[in-house]
Design a protein around this ligand. Sequence first.
Ligand code: AGP
Length: 568
Amino acid sequence: MCGIFGYIGKNNAKEKLIEGLENLEYRGYDSSGVAIVQNGQIHIVKKAGKVCVLKDELLQSDLDGHCGIAHTRWATHGLPTELNAHPHTDSKNQLCLVHNGIIENYISLKKEFNLTTKTQSDTEVIAELIAKIKEKDNLEKIKKACSFLKGSYALAVIFENEPDAIYLAKKESPLMTTYGEDGIYISSDANAFKKYANNFYILKNNEFAKIKNNDIEFYNKNSKINKKLNNFEKTFSFENKNEFLMQDEIMQTPDALKETALFFENFKNLKNYFDNIDNIYLIGCGTAYHSCLLGKKYLEFLNIPIFSEIASEFRYSNVKPSKKSLCIFVSQSGETADTIACIKKCNCKTLAITNVPNSSITFNCKKTILMKAGWERAVASTKAYCCQLLVFYLIKCLLKNEKPKWKQLVSSCKKYLKKNNIKDISKKVLNFEKIMFIGRQEDYVTAMESSLKLKEISYINCIACPSGELKHGTLALVDENTLVVLISTKSSLHNKNLLSKQEIEARKGCCFVASNIINSEIELPNLNSDLMPIMSILPFQLLACEVCISKGYNPDKPRNLSKSVTVE
Ligand code: AGP
């Protein structure tokens, strides 16, 4: 959540910062701002709204400097206004800073240090606090101030008395820096400066950096440290062909699946990791949690207890995995705060399934299976979800010594994405006030994920319900304004599903069926039952995207949301 970018080098910082913010906008887009040093003076420009608003303002300004920091915000404390946007300064303008994370004790710090602030943001307290510290050296000021902070932070700071330097500090929120071809770059996601560098440094918790004179010095709390460089993982690049990233990302699913399946060969030695375990916990949030629900189905053959857990709940539950548990953490971004908090509670085998190498989840888990879905930037997760399910399927095949049939999956997805009727269906969907997705077993999980996708980007109030549960309460909602989408891909349960269709129609509700079994409104290709859930979500990802676009919204940047939920 929130994106930090910084540049100090021989080129124009303004252009670099705009480009960086555009790359990071998926992390938050309520408001944005930059601080650029021109002739030794710090100039701040901030705007409420998307990065393009700030960009227009900056392009018209004659700001010209070689050092700057920038921020795109997802509001946690205070409205998304220009005042609350970063960079923040102290009251005497001795420094300015951008911050990702949450300062949990900002109210008590205000009292303790008698700090006065003009905004509603927790970040301004950090600026005031640093300014108040008596130490002469700027790095020492930051170190001391950080020792009082509780919560999470990635910070980039510029001081008025040292305007040719940028200082960094990190705890929990991601922060990276690199020597680029024309200067030094800073970002909360290395992808944002990948174009300019071959490798990069990742700050660890309680580490600091001083960037000055074309040099990066790293420090921990006590002394200067040496850090090793990380390479960018080789990943195939996808072309952007459509107006929106989400459209591109759905279309990239077949390639993402293929790359993930091929790359899985590197993790076959993890087979032993499943030996001598008593139970398995599958933990994630949102879409990743839905993957966990299906992951449980893939692994049920092991005949040991398997629990799928919502990370934000599990972190506070009294249940603690035992020493013989295996905990699997699923996260596209690898940075989800609730999921990371759960890892810390586990004193057992831990395995990450993620799309982002060198992410916090990979650092915190003992083992990692890396997916190769490619950079996913649209807030709604699509291709990554399919790859997460594929990984669970591949684990199942590995453990059962079966040959995976992913090639079939890839070609079916490709064909379906080329030819489908979702545009027509989406027009009909727009006529209904209420939408429900129903199904049984794996199809119920697909219904949950379909409902999340649609509400997330089109703001339609929709729900998911297991088909058999309708008559236990939810059926009361069904009337002539209700569309129920019945997902039915399991022939053994198909007749039961048709009973639900009749129950809906008897209450004047409209029922569309998505099935590979009978002729239906949404026809699905026939695939092996393990592969079906990976494919059967595609129509509903497309549907959510189509509905969203026809309502005039941007699917990549739904209101109130952010791609990477790095705060609690
Ligand atoms: C997906 O469409 C959502 N935007 C959201 O539920 C997401 O899956 C969740 O926040 C978890 O993210 P992660 O996979 O990066 O951990």
